[in-house]
Design a protein around this ligand. Structure first.
Ligand code: R5P
Length: 315
């Protein structure tokens, strides 16, 4: 198979290709002066795109990533179905259809957080983006999705994969924590998996979000006196969740506090804010960020392999 990427996930695409021993090619992507996107499959890789199944690695974040992903899928679909006609009459104008074989691997699934309708009339954004992507590929791999349930009914198979094994190994090697904390109930599954892998204590906090910048945690006794603690979450955005959890840990005697996540959004000065509360911040490169210390390649590779086992066209 061949790994392809556009402008926003090149690093993860190369890590995936390296993990699986496959070739990686970049598609041409650029912006017109009015900011609209342009996408093209370079002529020299058209044979590769047609001769074997492909995995496109692309984020649906920020908004421009959604359009770029759609345009790349559109171009890949046309090339694989043999629609080559072009005004300059370059190359053959029509080729045989090579059939299904397009996987989309999404390291950071933008809009994943609106996975429910809280008030009447709201769009369930995660489902809308999922359906849009599913309309142009044969299967999707999603990496540490906030709430996987929302993508369970898509018309193509979806493989959910996670970087928690690599995150656990990284924490074990660099921090050797005594205690793993989930900062809210939503991260319990992920964080407890890390605690099991490291074989250390685990607990969680109950969080109430007042608004995007205000977090309250219910008071809870945590057995962290004199201990090194790592807080594990799927994503860090403003850093508010982690800062409040770190305060609770420090006030109960934790001697070292680290924050680890799959997706480092780090919005609006989050890193500087976080470093006032924690001793280290650790993330994967699912989004380009200054704390990218954990490879996402192995997790994406597990997802691709899992998907390949379920796809009929492959057998
Ligand atoms: C929410 O439930 C997520 O798992 C994260 O805890 C949240 O998105 C982090 O956001 P922030 O860093 O802005 O507190």
């Amino acid at each position: 198979m061949v790994v392809l990427s556009g402008s926003n996930s090149r690093l993860l695409a190369t890590q995936l290709a390296e993990t699986l021993g496959w070739a990686h090619h970049s598609l041409e992507t650029r912006r017109f002066p009015d900011t609209e996107g342009y996408t093209r499959i370079p002529e020299e890789i058209i044979d590769d795109v047609r001769s074997e199944p492909v995995v496109l690695v692309s984020n649906t974040f920020p908004d421009a990533g959604i359009i770029e992903t759609l345009l790349m899928l559109e171009a890949i679909n046309d090339v694989r179905s043999g629609k080559m006609e072009n005004l300059r009459e370059i190359g053959p104008q029509q080729l045989p259809d090579v059939g299904p074989g397009i996987l989309l691997a999404i390291p950071y699934f933008g809009y994943s957080r609106q996975d429910k309708r809280f008030k009447p009339g709201e769009a369930i954004s995660a489902r809308a983006i999922g359906q849009l992507m599913a309309s142009r590929c044969d299967g999707i791999v999603v990496f540490d999705l906030h709430a996987p349930k929302v993508l369970e009914d898509l018309p193509v198979p979806v493989a959910f994969t996670s970087a928690m094994p690599e995150l656990a190994k990284h924490l074990q090697d660099t921090v050797a924590p005594d205690f793993i904390l989930s900062p809210d109930k939503g991260a319990i599954e992920r964080a407890s998996e890390v605690a099991r892998t490291i074989n250390c204590q685990f607990s969680y906090l109950e969080k109430t979000r007042i608004d995007a910048h205000t977090i309250i945690h219910k008071a809870k006794d945590l057995d962290v006196d004199g201990k090194k603690v790592a807080i594990v979450d799927d994503m860090i955005a403003t850093g508010g969740t982690i800062c409040r959890a770190a305060e609770a840990l420090r006030s109960q005697g934790a001697i070292e506090v680290h924050a680890a996540c799959s997706h480092g959004l780090f919005t609006g000065g989050a890193i500087a804010r976080l470093l006032r509360y924690v001793d280290g911040v650790h993330a994967t490169g699912s989004l380009s960020n200054p704390r990218d210390v954990i490879s996402g390649g192995p997790a994406l590779a597990r997802g691709v392999n899992q998907l390949m086992e379920t796809l009929e066209w492959k057998n």
